[in-house]
Write a protein that binds this ligand. Structure first.
Ligand SMILES: C[S@@+](CC[C@H](N)C(=O)[O-])C[C@H]1O[C@@H](n2cnc3c(N)ncnc32)[C@H](O)[C@@H]1O
Length: 265
Protein backbone atom coordinates (compact mmCIF):
# COMPACT_ATOMS: atom_id res chain seq x y z
CA UNK A 1 0.00 0.00 0.00
CA UNK A 2 1.11 3.55 -0.68
CA UNK A 3 2.27 5.64 2.28
CA UNK A 4 -0.81 7.73 1.38
CA UNK A 5 -3.31 5.76 3.43
CA UNK A 6 -6.39 7.66 2.23
CA UNK A 7 -7.38 7.67 -1.43
CA UNK A 8 -9.03 11.04 -2.06
CA UNK A 9 -11.34 9.47 -4.67
CA UNK A 10 -12.62 6.77 -2.31
CA UNK A 11 -14.24 8.95 0.37
CA UNK A 12 -17.79 8.87 -1.03
CA UNK A 13 -19.24 7.73 -4.40
CA UNK A 14 -20.34 11.25 -5.49
CA UNK A 15 -16.69 12.29 -5.86
CA UNK A 16 -16.52 10.28 -9.08
CA UNK A 17 -19.31 12.41 -10.59
CA UNK A 18 -17.51 15.63 -9.64
CA UNK A 19 -14.27 14.24 -11.11
CA UNK A 20 -16.05 13.64 -14.42
CA UNK A 21 -17.36 17.21 -14.48
CA UNK A 22 -13.84 18.68 -14.48
CA UNK A 23 -11.70 16.09 -16.28
CA UNK A 24 -13.37 16.14 -19.68
CA UNK A 25 -10.42 16.50 -22.08
CA UNK A 26 -9.71 13.83 -24.67
CA UNK A 27 -6.53 15.14 -26.33
CA UNK A 28 -4.43 12.46 -24.58
CA UNK A 29 -6.75 9.79 -26.02
CA UNK A 30 -6.12 11.26 -29.49
CA UNK A 31 -2.36 11.21 -28.86
CA UNK A 32 -2.51 7.56 -27.73
CA UNK A 33 -4.58 6.70 -30.83
CA UNK A 34 -1.93 8.34 -33.05
CA UNK A 35 0.84 6.42 -31.26
CA UNK A 36 -1.01 3.10 -31.59
CA UNK A 37 -1.56 3.77 -35.30
CA UNK A 38 -3.00 0.77 -37.11
CA UNK A 39 -1.74 -1.78 -34.53
CA UNK A 40 -4.96 -3.33 -33.34
CA UNK A 41 -6.53 -4.95 -31.54
CA UNK A 42 -4.12 -4.46 -28.62
CA UNK A 43 -4.36 -5.75 -25.07
CA UNK A 44 -4.14 -2.58 -22.99
CA UNK A 45 -3.70 -2.20 -19.21
CA UNK A 46 -4.64 1.06 -17.50
CA UNK A 47 -3.71 1.18 -13.80
CA UNK A 48 -5.29 4.19 -11.97
CA UNK A 49 -8.05 4.05 -14.62
CA UNK A 50 -10.57 6.07 -12.59
CA UNK A 51 -13.94 6.48 -14.28
CA UNK A 52 -12.60 5.25 -17.62
CA UNK A 53 -11.98 8.58 -19.36
CA UNK A 54 -9.09 7.07 -21.34
CA UNK A 55 -9.95 3.38 -21.55
CA UNK A 56 -13.59 3.60 -22.70
CA UNK A 57 -12.92 5.26 -26.09
CA UNK A 58 -10.05 2.81 -26.71
CA UNK A 59 -12.46 -0.11 -26.11
CA UNK A 60 -14.82 1.42 -28.69
CA UNK A 61 -11.84 1.49 -31.10
CA UNK A 62 -11.62 -2.32 -30.85
CA UNK A 63 -8.90 -2.85 -28.20
CA UNK A 64 -9.15 -5.15 -25.17
CA UNK A 65 -9.01 -2.99 -22.03
CA UNK A 66 -8.14 -4.04 -18.50
CA UNK A 67 -8.42 -1.25 -15.95
CA UNK A 68 -7.81 -1.22 -12.23
CA UNK A 69 -8.16 1.43 -9.57
CA UNK A 70 -8.11 1.54 -5.78
CA UNK A 71 -11.34 3.58 -5.53
CA UNK A 72 -14.52 1.50 -5.78
CA UNK A 73 -16.60 4.65 -6.36
CA UNK A 74 -14.54 5.56 -9.45
CA UNK A 75 -14.87 2.04 -10.85
CA UNK A 76 -18.62 1.91 -10.16
CA UNK A 77 -19.00 5.04 -12.28
CA UNK A 78 -16.74 3.55 -14.96
CA UNK A 79 -18.98 0.44 -14.98
CA UNK A 80 -22.07 2.61 -15.40
CA UNK A 81 -20.39 4.25 -18.43
CA UNK A 82 -19.34 0.87 -19.83
CA UNK A 83 -23.04 -0.03 -19.83
CA UNK A 84 -23.65 2.86 -22.25
CA UNK A 85 -21.14 1.57 -24.85
CA UNK A 86 -22.08 -0.56 -27.86
CA UNK A 87 -22.53 -4.19 -26.74
CA UNK A 88 -19.40 -5.50 -28.46
CA UNK A 89 -17.25 -2.79 -26.82
CA UNK A 90 -18.68 -3.67 -23.39
CA UNK A 91 -17.29 -7.20 -23.82
CA UNK A 92 -13.81 -5.76 -24.28
CA UNK A 93 -13.60 -4.02 -20.86
CA UNK A 94 -12.54 -5.65 -17.57
CA UNK A 95 -12.43 -3.51 -14.41
CA UNK A 96 -11.04 -4.50 -11.00
CA UNK A 97 -10.49 -2.80 -7.65
CA UNK A 98 -6.78 -3.05 -6.84
CA UNK A 99 -3.98 -1.07 -5.21
CA UNK A 100 -1.14 -0.32 -7.63
CA UNK A 101 1.35 -0.61 -4.77
CA UNK A 102 1.58 -4.00 -3.15
CA UNK A 103 -0.66 -5.84 -5.66
CA UNK A 104 0.93 -7.71 -8.58
CA UNK A 105 -0.15 -6.21 -11.90
CA UNK A 106 -1.64 -8.60 -14.49
CA UNK A 107 0.62 -9.71 -17.34
CA UNK A 108 0.51 -10.22 -21.10
CA UNK A 109 -0.24 -6.68 -22.37
CA UNK A 110 0.85 -4.76 -25.48
CA UNK A 111 0.43 -1.31 -23.92
CA UNK A 112 0.36 0.07 -20.35
CA UNK A 113 -1.12 3.55 -19.88
CA UNK A 114 0.04 5.64 -16.91
CA UNK A 115 -1.97 8.73 -17.80
CA UNK A 116 -3.09 11.99 -16.28
CA UNK A 117 -0.43 12.53 -13.56
CA UNK A 118 -1.30 9.19 -11.95
CA UNK A 119 2.20 8.92 -10.45
CA UNK A 120 1.27 12.03 -8.43
CA UNK A 121 -1.11 9.82 -6.43
CA UNK A 122 1.91 8.20 -4.79
CA UNK A 123 3.94 9.48 -1.86
CA UNK A 124 7.55 8.73 -2.81
CA UNK A 125 9.86 8.23 -5.80
CA UNK A 126 10.31 4.61 -4.66
CA UNK A 127 6.57 3.95 -5.07
CA UNK A 128 6.59 5.67 -8.45
CA UNK A 129 9.58 3.65 -9.67
CA UNK A 130 7.76 0.50 -8.53
CA UNK A 131 5.00 1.36 -11.03
CA UNK A 132 7.54 1.45 -13.86
CA UNK A 133 8.87 -1.95 -12.70
CA UNK A 134 5.30 -3.32 -12.60
CA UNK A 135 4.56 -1.89 -16.06
CA UNK A 136 7.63 -3.69 -17.42
CA UNK A 137 6.39 -6.94 -15.85
CA UNK A 138 2.91 -6.48 -17.37
CA UNK A 139 4.15 -5.97 -20.92
CA UNK A 140 4.97 -8.51 -23.59
CA UNK A 141 8.39 -8.00 -25.26
CA UNK A 142 8.03 -5.15 -27.76
CA UNK A 143 5.13 -3.63 -25.79
CA UNK A 144 4.85 0.08 -24.98
CA UNK A 145 4.29 2.23 -21.93
CA UNK A 146 2.69 5.70 -22.06
CA UNK A 147 3.58 7.93 -19.07
CA UNK A 148 2.05 11.43 -18.79
CA UNK A 149 3.06 13.91 -16.07
CA UNK A 150 3.32 17.61 -15.43
CA UNK A 151 6.80 18.92 -16.20
CA UNK A 152 8.78 19.98 -13.14
CA UNK A 153 12.59 19.91 -13.01
CA UNK A 154 14.96 20.96 -10.25
CA UNK A 155 13.56 21.99 -6.90
CA UNK A 156 9.88 21.84 -5.97
CA UNK A 157 8.26 24.67 -7.96
CA UNK A 158 7.38 27.85 -6.02
CA UNK A 159 3.70 27.35 -6.86
CA UNK A 160 3.79 24.21 -4.67
CA UNK A 161 5.34 26.07 -1.72
CA UNK A 162 2.43 28.20 -0.56
CA UNK A 163 1.29 27.66 3.00
CA UNK A 164 -2.35 28.34 3.80
CA UNK A 165 -5.70 26.76 3.14
CA UNK A 166 -7.29 26.84 -0.32
CA UNK A 167 -10.35 25.34 -1.95
CA UNK A 168 -9.39 21.86 -3.03
CA UNK A 169 -10.28 19.20 -5.51
CA UNK A 170 -12.91 17.83 -5.78
CA UNK A 171 -15.50 20.55 -5.24
CA UNK A 172 -18.81 20.75 -7.07
CA UNK A 173 -22.51 19.89 -7.24
CA UNK A 174 -24.01 16.60 -8.39
CA UNK A 175 -27.16 15.97 -10.41
CA UNK A 176 -29.03 14.83 -7.27
CA UNK A 177 -28.09 18.11 -5.48
CA UNK A 178 -25.33 16.50 -3.42
CA UNK A 179 -22.68 19.13 -2.62
CA UNK A 180 -18.99 18.14 -2.51
CA UNK A 181 -16.55 20.62 -0.89
CA UNK A 182 -12.84 20.08 -0.38
CA UNK A 183 -9.93 22.06 0.99
CA UNK A 184 -6.18 21.63 0.85
CA UNK A 185 -3.47 23.07 3.10
CA UNK A 186 0.23 22.76 2.35
CA UNK A 187 1.86 21.89 5.67
CA UNK A 188 5.44 20.84 4.81
CA UNK A 189 7.86 20.61 1.92
CA UNK A 190 11.39 19.58 1.12
CA UNK A 191 12.21 21.59 -1.99
CA UNK A 192 15.44 19.80 -3.07
CA UNK A 193 13.80 16.35 -2.76
CA UNK A 194 10.58 17.66 -4.36
CA UNK A 195 8.41 16.30 -1.55
CA UNK A 196 5.33 18.11 -0.28
CA UNK A 197 2.68 17.26 2.32
CA UNK A 198 -0.89 18.42 2.60
CA UNK A 199 -3.69 18.35 5.10
CA UNK A 200 -6.81 17.78 3.05
CA UNK A 201 -10.48 17.43 3.75
CA UNK A 202 -13.69 16.67 1.92
CA UNK A 203 -17.28 17.19 3.08
CA UNK A 204 -20.14 15.62 1.14
CA UNK A 205 -23.63 16.95 1.92
CA UNK A 206 -26.28 14.54 0.65
CA UNK A 207 -29.77 15.76 -0.44
CA UNK A 208 -31.32 14.51 2.85
CA UNK A 209 -28.81 16.60 4.85
CA UNK A 210 -26.56 13.69 5.82
CA UNK A 211 -22.91 14.78 5.94
CA UNK A 212 -19.95 12.52 5.15
CA UNK A 213 -16.64 14.11 6.14
CA UNK A 214 -13.04 13.00 6.01
CA UNK A 215 -9.80 14.76 6.88
CA UNK A 216 -6.46 13.20 5.98
CA UNK A 217 -2.82 13.79 5.15
CA UNK A 218 -1.24 13.24 1.76
CA UNK A 219 2.31 13.42 0.44
CA UNK A 220 3.22 14.02 -3.18
CA UNK A 221 6.43 13.79 -5.16
CA UNK A 222 6.15 15.56 -8.52
CA UNK A 223 8.38 13.46 -10.79
CA UNK A 224 11.10 15.01 -12.93
CA UNK A 225 11.63 14.08 -16.58
CA UNK A 226 15.11 12.82 -15.72
CA UNK A 227 13.73 10.51 -13.01
CA UNK A 228 11.12 8.95 -15.29
CA UNK A 229 13.64 8.59 -18.12
CA UNK A 230 16.15 6.95 -15.74
CA UNK A 231 13.55 4.51 -14.35
CA UNK A 232 12.39 3.58 -17.86
CA UNK A 233 15.93 2.79 -19.08
CA UNK A 234 16.85 1.01 -15.84
CA UNK A 235 13.85 -1.31 -16.17
CA UNK A 236 14.24 -2.32 -19.79
CA UNK A 237 12.52 0.41 -21.84
CA UNK A 238 13.81 2.48 -24.76
CA UNK A 239 12.29 5.95 -24.94
CA UNK A 240 10.88 6.38 -28.46
CA UNK A 241 9.12 9.72 -28.03
CA UNK A 242 9.03 12.50 -25.46
CA UNK A 243 6.24 15.03 -25.95
CA UNK A 244 5.77 18.41 -24.26
CA UNK A 245 1.99 18.43 -24.35
CA UNK A 246 -1.00 16.22 -25.10
CA UNK A 247 -1.16 17.57 -28.65
CA UNK A 248 2.12 15.75 -29.34
CA UNK A 249 4.38 18.85 -29.53
CA UNK A 250 8.09 18.19 -28.99
CA UNK A 251 9.32 18.41 -25.38
CA UNK A 252 11.41 21.47 -24.48
CA UNK A 253 12.75 22.97 -21.23
CA UNK A 254 9.59 25.06 -20.92
CA UNK A 255 7.04 22.41 -21.86
CA UNK A 256 4.02 22.06 -19.63
CA UNK A 257 4.13 18.26 -19.66
CA UNK A 258 6.58 15.40 -20.08
CA UNK A 259 4.87 12.53 -21.92
CA UNK A 260 6.88 9.38 -22.58
CA UNK A 261 6.20 6.68 -25.17
CA UNK A 262 8.73 3.93 -24.47
CA UNK A 263 9.20 0.42 -25.86
CA UNK A 264 10.05 -2.64 -23.78
CA UNK A 265 13.13 -4.38 -25.23
C1 LIG B 1 -6.21 11.59 -11.51
S1 LIG B 1 -7.21 10.11 -11.41
C2 LIG B 1 -6.89 9.52 -13.06
C3 LIG B 1 -8.01 8.71 -13.62
C4 LIG B 1 -7.87 8.35 -15.09
N1 LIG B 1 -6.60 7.69 -15.36
C5 LIG B 1 -8.02 9.55 -16.00
O1 LIG B 1 -7.11 9.84 -16.75
O2 LIG B 1 -9.08 10.19 -15.97
C6 LIG B 1 -6.20 9.09 -10.42
C7 LIG B 1 -6.82 7.74 -10.05
O3 LIG B 1 -5.83 6.98 -9.37
C8 LIG B 1 -6.48 6.18 -8.39
N2 LIG B 1 -5.50 5.76 -7.39
C9 LIG B 1 -4.88 6.52 -6.44
N3 LIG B 1 -4.01 5.78 -5.73
C10 LIG B 1 -4.08 4.51 -6.23
C11 LIG B 1 -3.42 3.30 -5.93
N4 LIG B 1 -2.51 3.22 -4.95
N5 LIG B 1 -3.71 2.20 -6.66
C12 LIG B 1 -4.63 2.26 -7.64
N6 LIG B 1 -5.31 3.38 -7.98
C13 LIG B 1 -5.03 4.50 -7.28
C14 LIG B 1 -7.57 7.08 -7.85
O4 LIG B 1 -8.58 6.33 -7.22
C15 LIG B 1 -8.03 7.80 -9.14
O5 LIG B 1 -9.12 7.15 -9.72
Amino acid sequence: MSQNKTNIYDIEPHLAEVYDQSEIYQDDVELIRDLIGDRKPLRILEPFCGTGRILLPLAVDGHQLYGFDQAKGMLDRARMKVGQLPAEAQQRVTLTVADAIGTPWPRGFDLVILGCNCLYELATPEEQERCIISAAGSLNPGGYVYVDNDHMEGELARSWRRPGVAQGFPTGNCADDTRVESYIETIWWDAPRRLVRFRRGTRVTLPDGTIVEKEYFQQKHPVSTLEVWTWLEKHGFMVRHLFGDRMGSPYTDISGRAIFWAKKD
